[in-house]
Design a protein around this ligand. Structure first.
Ligand SMILES: Cc1cc2nc3c(=O)[nH]c(=O)nc-3n(C[C@H](O)[C@H](O)[C@H](O)COP(=O)(O)OP(=O)(O)OC[C@H]3O[C@@H](n4cnc5c(N)ncnc54)[C@H](O)[C@@H]3O)c2cc1C
Length: 482
């Protein structure tokens, strides 16, 4: 009998993690390991994880760290033998730009939602009316009728008031996902918030046991210890090493090759043919680890539930990284960066474009030098694509002007880099979980699994977990054939 064949479409971290699991995970290949081919459209593996040289160090252009309290990323790092590369985040806290000044964020926030009344009552970054709404939540909580899901906005606006929601909660939750609290699904983005709201009493009290960093949906377990990790050679070094070790295992890795069609061939010896411009690979099973619209385009004709994956839209974002000599810049006294609420006024076109600033060399010790400072500003939200209309030069100039207002001092950078992610962050709307469950059920009938950041959480650990689960699903389903 010919060897079992699995094609993984998409060589971001989800697709590579799927190939790792297919090829035996921690223990490596054995006699039952299938032939595995990973096909990646772009010229490099890693998708949103990639590094570059900047100001004399290696920095990440996409994700620069990952949650340490979910096991998936740390486990993979250990399996690849990269444990000595792990570096814990070195600073905590951040500031919020509000009412024309920077305010240190209060303690006790769970993804931006306050849980400590004492902390929030002392926080001058929101109006006293907003603080009173928090007090009311503790002593006279508002009632809220909830169905299967709700937007994060519906919950926090009802329980904690509009001001607190827009001025404090949205910059944090919305910032992680580059989306709006009034559009994001609580069930899929912040399930602990939905559970807390369901208790019917104070939201703040009910959220307290969750802990300060919420691991998100489909987390397999939660550990104590550092909150975030990076890798000393950049998070982008993870897919590079993974791809190298996959090749050593005999996995076929093809880059600069787009999968153009998946064809069913029920009469042939393999049920699938995977087409690229110049080749066709026969396969028993396929893992689609592309963005959701690409999965819908390749497979949607088979079932309307799969076609609906095309409805998952994504927000674009850009990162503008600067290096400045130490005497050209003054940061806040402490913390890893600053958050900027939406619609923060700006002369000219109405509102600031910067949504957050990360002090990279304060966050990650290996990036720190004595003579300079590196920081990156984030722009772009699901409803703010102004950055797309600006050239790199104009965007860097605009962001510099905003930083000159946001920071105590921002002078002349000696190096600047603009990185654009036009479709970087999928948006999980209300009903997301049902849409995904139905698409998974439909695709599994054809020995196809879907994986990636559009489905089970947008972070690096969630993407790795999604890829490995897809691989296990295929291995389990195909046991029946072998
Ligand atoms: C700017 C930014 C900052 C982020 N910061 C963090 C962070 O700090 N921490 C964190 O945990 N997460 C962060 N994330 C999220 C995290 O990086 C991503 O969720 C994760 O890397 C997604 O991996 P993926 O493999 O699912 O998708 P992708 O990386 O998008 O990979 C999908 C791949 O599929 C390929 N593809 C598409 N169509 C085809 C086709 N037809 N044929 C072949 N290949 C195809 C694409 O070229 C791509 O390489 C960030 C994301 C962005 C964009």
């Amino acid at each position: 009998m010919s060897r079992f064949s699995v094609v993984v479409v998409g060589g971001g971290i989800s697709g590579l993690a799927a190939a790792w699991e297919l090829s035996g995970g921690a223990t490596g290949p054995n006699d039952g390991t299938p032939r595995i081919e990973v096909v990646e459209a772009s010229e490099r593996f890693g998708g949103s994880l990639t590094t570059t040289e900047f100001a004399g160090r290696t920095i990440d252009l996409g994700a620069d760290g990952f949650l340490a309290r979910r096991p998936e990323a740390v486990t993979l790092v250990e399996e690849l033998g990269l444990r000595d590369q792990l570096e814990a985040i070195d600073a905590s806290g951040a500031s919020l730009w509000a009412r024309g000044a920077l305010h240190e964020l209060p303690g006790g926030l769970v993804l931006g939602v306050p849980t400590s009344l004492r902390e929030i009552l002392h926080f001058k970054g929101v109006t006293w009316r907003a603080r009173l709404a928090a007090r009311r939540d503790v002593f006279l909580p508002k009632r809220l009728r909830l169905g299967n899901d709700a937007t994060i906005g519906e919950i926090v606006r009802t329980k904690l008031g509009d001001k607190l929601s827009v001025d404090l909660i949205e910059p944090m939750i919305g910032g992680i996902q580059a989306g709006r609290i009034d559009e994001l699904s609580a069930k899929s983005v912040f399930p602990a918030l939905l559970d807390a709201a369901r208790t019917g009493g104070s939201l703040m009290k009910a959220l307290r046991p969750v802990g300060l960093v919420n691991p998100g949906p489909r987390a397999e377990s939660v550990s104590s210890g550092p909150v975030f990790f990076t890798l000393k050679n950049g998070v982008g070094s993870l897919p590079r090493e993974l791809a190298r070790q996959l090749m050593d295992r005999g996995v076929v890795l093809r880059s600069s090759v787009e999968v153009t069609a998946l064809r069913r061939t029920p009469a042939g010896s393999y049920p699938w043919e995977v087409d690229t411009l110049h080749t066709t690979t026969p396969a028993n099973a396929v893992i689609l680890a592309t963005p959701a619209p690409a999965a819908a385009a390749l497979l949607g004709s088979l079932d309307p539930a799969i076609e609906r994956l095309g409805q998952i839209d994504s927000a674009g974002a850009a990162m503008v990284t600067f290096a400045l000599a130490v005497d050209e810049i003054t940061l806040t006294k402490s913390g890893t960066g600053i958050l900027v609420p939406l619609r923060t006024s700006w002369a000219g076109d109405g509102s600031m474009m910067v949504t957050a600033v990360t002090f990279l060399d304060r966050k990650w010790p290996h990036l720190a030098r004595n003579n300079d400072v590196i920081l990156r500003a984030h722009v772009g939200r699901s409803d703010d694509a102004r950055w797309m209309r600006l050239s790199d030069e104009a965007l860097a100039r605009r962001v510099s002007e905003e930083l000159a207002v946001l920071l105590p001092h921002f002078g002349t950078p000696y190096e600047t880099l603009v990185q654009r992610w036009p479709h970087g962050l999928p948006q999980y709307h209300v009903g997301h979980d049902q849409l995904i469950d139905e698409a998974r059920a439909a695709s599994s009938k054809f020995t196809v699994a879907i994986a990636g950041n559009a489905y089970d959480g947008v972070g690096v650990p969630a993407s790795i977990g999604s890829g490995r689960r897809a691989a296990r699903q295929i291995l389990d389903a195909t046991c029946a054939f072998t």
